[in-house]
Design a protein around this ligand. Structure first.
Ligand code: TXA
Ligand code: MG
Length: 384
């Protein structure tokens, strides 16, 4: 199959909607990452998504809807039978209303009791469904033109780095899908924050992401529980929270400190390793020089932000990770994220998952990220 990257025009959007109406799948830009979109209520289309991505069916999808003038998001969720309002208390319904009024369209995914229109395949048999209203105008235009909600996981092959440009989608899925709408580089660069609204009105964070936890906390006026971390491949309370996701092909280690603070004997590398890849949260050149000096290796370095701006770092993270992965470097390192406040929490989460410990066979004697417990052996290290 030939995959075309099309700039988003009325014509290409209606072409993409036609593909969706006949249960095909297309690459769709969103403000977080590119999605692989298909008709949310059609099993045939959902099966295509799973097979194109090589994604196991135990990993549920996020369903996307577009704003509709004159209707609140909550009304739409009910009218489309995406959610089952009877399974939530009034307190919980009010909370959904408040969060969606303020944060939709945007990088917040809510996990809610599943409505009767949602096929079991979309939720992997769970009785909850993940829903989001993207802010990207092309995503909104496509959903409107298709006249139905769209299921859209990130448009990467299972386990790989999420795509933040149309080119990345092409690299991941070229030859497997008909077309990709090119909406430019994603503004946020990390996936949405996923929060479950429980029947009683309590909130559980299932995945940190593009919207900071504090912002949600402030609006909700309550604490947000953190979902227990899980590993392995079984259906989980927070499916998709596998210990390792977003993984480059080459082993990545998060350094215990910024490069300038590393002791000169901090790293012992396998003698076969000639070139190191490095991601930093400051200027590239001094960090590159310093790591080359203490390791005696060539270093290919990418800066995520020259100025310490974490929003910028989030936006560049997956592109930079791809660049070091595609460079000559045999093993990859990243400085730890400077702060875990705001978007820093999600950046640190992605780096942790991209650097699953037993993927670093070529490195000896380097301490890993603080506080990481040794992970159990898992068969899978995947980004759904
Ligand atoms: O920003 C995003 O959310 C992007 C764009 C394309 O919208 N989508 C995305 O989808 O990241 P995906 O499939 O890569 O990640 C969806 C996550 C998975 O980890 C999945 O396990 C979780 O959402 N999820 C979906 N339904 C769920 C449910 N009912 N309960 C708990 N987690 C759920
Ligand atoms: Mg994903």
């Amino acid at each position: 199959m030939i995959t075309r990257i099309l700039s988003p025009t009325l014509k290409s959007i209606s072409q993409a909607a036609r593909v969706l109406r006949r249960d095909g799948v297309v690459g769709m830009p969103t403000e977080t990452v590119y999605g692989l979109a298909g008709a949310a209520f059609r099993e045939e289309a959902l099966l295509r998504i799973f097979s194109v991505k090589e994604r196991p069916v135990f990993d549920p999808l996020i369903l996307h809807l577009a704003p509709q003038p004159g209707a609140s998001a909550l009304d739409q969720l009910k009218a489309l039978r995406l959610m089952d309002p009877a399974s939530l208390s009034q307190k919980a319904l009010d909370l959904v209303d408040r969060l969606t009024q303020k944060l939709w369209p945007g990088a917040l995914t809510l996990v809610l009791p599943k409505g009767s229109a949602v096929p079991d395949l979309a939720t992997s048999g769970l009785n909850t469904v993940a829903v989001r209203m993207p802010r990207h105008p092309v995503a909104q235009a496509l959903i409107r033109e298709a006249k139905m909600p769209l299921a859209a996981p990130s448009a990467n092959r299972f386990g790989r780095i999420s795509p933040t440009t149309a080119r990345h989608v092409f690299k991941e899925l070229g030859g497997r899908i008909e077309l990709i709408l090119d909406g430019g580089p994603c503004e946020i660069g990390l996936e949405s924050t996923i929060v479950a609204v429980n029947p009683s009105g309590s909130l559980t964070l299932l995945r940190p992401g593009g919207i900071a936890l504090n912002e949600i906390k402030k609006l909700a006026g309550k604490k947000i529980q953190l979902a227990g971390k899980t590993s392995g491949t079984k259906a989980q309370p927070a499916p998709g929270m596998l210990a390792s996701h977003y993984a480059p092909v080459k082993p990545l280690t998060v350094l215990p400190a910024p490069v300038q603070k590393l002791k000169s004997n901090a790293m012992q590398l396998n003698h076969r390793v000639k070139t190191l890849g490095l991601l930093v949260f400051g200027s590239a050149e001094p960090a590159r020089k310093r790591l080359a000096e203490i390791t005696g290796r060539k270093v290919f370095c990418r800066s995520l932000t020259e100025t310490g701006n974490l929003k910028e770092a989030a936006k560049c993270l997956f592109t930079a990770l791809r660049q070091v992965d595609e460079s000559k470097a045999e093993v990859l390192f990243s400085e730890p994220c400077r702060s875990e406040a705001g978007i820093g929490f999600a950046i640190a989460d992605r780096l942790r998952r991209a650097s699953h410990p037993h993927r670093t066979p070529a490195i000896k004697g380097i301490s890993r990220t603080a506080k990481r417990k040794p992970a159990k052996k898992t068969k899978s290290r995947r980004n759904p």
